[in-house]
Design a protein around this ligand. Structure first.
Ligand code: NAD
Ligand code: UDP
Length: 314
């Protein structure tokens, strides 16, 4: 019997890769999205597959479906997008979690939450283990996302304790690759698109802040492994690539790989922008036998190839 798997946010960057992998692995996939940041192009190769179904729906409203597993990814992930309508962002994380957990409870489905390294805020502990409780400014411009995701984690663990739901909570660190929206404002897509167009590379602040970038195939591999992990393991678990770079190093690598003559320009650092971020992934190694395999150079090459095609079609 095929499993019927619901992917919320399935038309987005990560969701589209997840839908593709789950179908390849022989599941029936229900892709639910309100197309706030997702695109039909990301999943058009799946339309027509008998085991793929697309549902236009907003997770802040309840929905009745029959499913065996739920991957809850619905939520804009790029700061400009989640700050565009911050109230809706919190609703998406909190009401979305309540609605999807309610669905999981009724269906007795296993449910995975796409949480984030943002629950650590601007971390005082470096690198970050899962036990670190975070440093988030509750009233800042990133709080709609950070606190929404933190509350969603709380809801997941309370449904687990109170209703015996099988839950999996994954803290995703910065991920990049094909199907990212070229204009969603995240650093990897911004730098590549700027380099390919010969526009100025926009570094916010002095460029000494760090991030640790994970290639999408590695991330999705970790996500599916977590869903399939032992029932007594709920997480939270960090999934990301621990190799850390400054934004200056990222800009220079992108310029080199694209052979671009773009100049670097420095713009003001956005409020509450975390200064450093690097996952400790010992728990993922131990519990999921997972670790990333794609280095930044190889991952960027594949991503640059994707953006070249996207820009050529514009
Ligand atoms: P994305 O913006 O490309 O995808 C999010 C998807 O959710 C989009 O298709 C969007 O239309 C959909 N969506 C948004 N609000 C919705 C709503 N109310 N109802 C239904 N659908 C809705 O982002 P992504 O990078 O694919 O991120 C997917 C998930 O992973 C998010 O929950 C995000 O917080 C989490 N995450 C991503 C990263 C990353 O680096 N990509 C890092 C940490 C966490
Ligand atoms: N950033 C940058 N230039 C850009 C976009 C982002 O220097 O054009 C910086 C941003 O200030 C942050 C880092 O790159 O320090 C990562 O930003 P992104 O929005 O990709 O993710 P997040 O801040 O959520 O980790």
């Amino acid at each position: 019997m095929k499993k019927r798997v619901l992917v919320t946010g399935g038309a987005g960057f990560l969701g589209s890769h997840l839908c593709t992998k789950l179908l390849q692995e022989g599941n029936e996939v229900l892709c639910l999205d309100n197309f706030f940041t997702g695109k039909k192009q990301n999943i058009e190769h799946l339309i027509g597959d008998n085991y793929f179904e697309l549902i236009r729906h907003d997770v802040t409203f309840p929905i009745s479906l029959e499913v065996d597993e739920i991957y809850n990814l619905a939520c804009p992930a790029s700061p400009p997008h989640y700050q565009f309508d911050p109230v809706q962002t919190t609703k998406t994380s909190v009401l979305g979690a309540i609605n999807m957990l309610g669905l999981a409870k009724r269906c007795k489905a296993k449910i995975l939450q796409a949480s984030t390294s943002e629950v650590y805020g601007d971390p005082e502990i470096h690198p970050q283990p899962e036990s670190y409780r975070g440093s988030v400014n509750t009233t800042g411009i990133r709080a709609c996302y950070d606190e929404g995701k933190r509350c969603a984690e709380t809801l997941f663990f309370d449904y687990h304790r109170q209703h015996n739901l099988l839950i999996k909570v994954m803290r995703i660190f910065n991920t990049y690759g094909p199907n990212m929206d070229p204009y969603d404002g995240r650093v990897v897509s911004n730098f590549i698109v700027q380099a390919l167009k010969g526009e100025e590379i926009t570094i916010y602040g002095d460029g000494k802040q760090t991030r640790s970038f994970c290639y999408v195939d590695d991330l999705i591999d970790g996500m599916v492994k977590l869903m399939n992990s032992s029932d007594d393991f709920s997480g939270p678990v960090n999934i990301g690539n621990p190799t850390e770079f400054t934004m200056l190093e990222l800009a220079e690598t992108v310029l080199q790989l694209t052979n671009s003559k773009s100049k670097i320009t420095f713009l003001p650092l956005p409020e509450d922008d975390p200064m450093q971020r690097q996952p400790i992934i010992d728990l993922a190694k131990e519990k999921l036998d997972w670790q990333p395999t794609v280095n930044l150079h190889d991952g960027l090459e594949k991503t640059i190839e994707y953006f070249r095609k996207v820009l050529a079609d514009e």
